[in-house]
Design a protein around this ligand. Structure first.
Ligand SMILES: CCCCCCCCCC(=O)SCCNC(=O)CCNC(=O)[C@H](O)C(C)(C)COP(=O)(O)OP(=O)(O)OC[C@H]1O[C@@H](n2cnc3c(N)ncnc32)[C@H](O)[C@@H]1OP(=O)(O)O
Length: 184
């Protein structure tokens, strides 16, 4: 992964520890909002990404590239692939049991991804320093050990509930999210 210093954990960053109340190993991570473009089951043209944590530290997810996700003819749009990476990384910060938002997302596109492909995604945290979480993800074609099509590195910033109260609909956020995602 080609990454900038902004998404590289600084010296002294700590690996996250298992958080009480966070999703346990082997559990599914349900959609945080049913209209989310990336994971919402009710979104008409979304990615319908489904996810789980095998070990309480990483997140695995899949989505199948559909007709609505094209950029070039019959190929996934790069922005759609970036959305998938943002979402699977966002799901991996659920495991930190605090609300975070994406500050920076860097993406390497290694292979085109045709319509009909199931992309197997995996995300994990490389370190935490203060409010900053340094995360990484990859997307593989066709199987968990398939060829890598996309890699991403991200900086997520911890926020508090005022962030959602000020910028979004706090009532919807609180009603639709799981305890492990928003824990004021
Ligand atoms: C509830 C669960 C929801 C799950 C959703 C999953 C979906 C996937 C996740 C997303 O897509 S979230 C949506 C996209 N992201 C946003 O809408 C965030 C928009 N940006 C902001 O709201 C603010 O810029 C932000 C909260 C990220 C930071 O503002 P703050 O005022 O809280 O912090 P500040 O600007 O002081 O930055 C804190 C530190 O982070 C650093 N920082 C912030 N943004 C950065 C950036 N973009 N790149 C590098 N560093 C950054 C900043 O330099 C600083 O470093 P230092 O502490 O060392 O000085």
């Amino acid at each position: 992964m080609t990454r900038s210093s902004l998404t590289t954990p600084p010296p002294g960053a700590n690996l996250p520890e298992a958080q009480p109340g966070a999703p346990s190993p082997g559990s599914a991570l349900v959609s945080h909002y049913d209209q989310c473009f990336a994971c919402g089951p009710a979104h008409p043209t979304g990615l319908h990404l489904t996810a789980r944590t095998p070990d309480g530290a990483t997140v695995e997810a899949e989505f199948t590239v559909g007709e609505a996700h094209q950029g070039a003819p019959r190929l996934a749009h790069g922005g759609v692939l970036a959305t998938a990476m943002d979402e699977v990384i966002g799901m991996s910060v659920y495991l930190l049991h605090k609300p975070y938002v994406t500050g920076r997302l860097e993406t390497d596109y290694l292979l085109p991804v045709p319509v009909g492909t199931t992309l197997h995604l995996r995300a994990w945290c490389n370190g935490i320093a203060g409010r900053k979480a340094y995360l990484e993800a990859e997307g593989r074609i066709g199987a968990p050990d398939g060829p890598v099509a996309v890699r991403a590195a991200a900086l997520f910033i911890e926020v508090n509930m005022e962030h959602f109260a000020k910028h979004a609909d706090l009532a919807v956020t609180a009603a639709d999210h799981q305890d492990y995602e928003v824990n004021p």
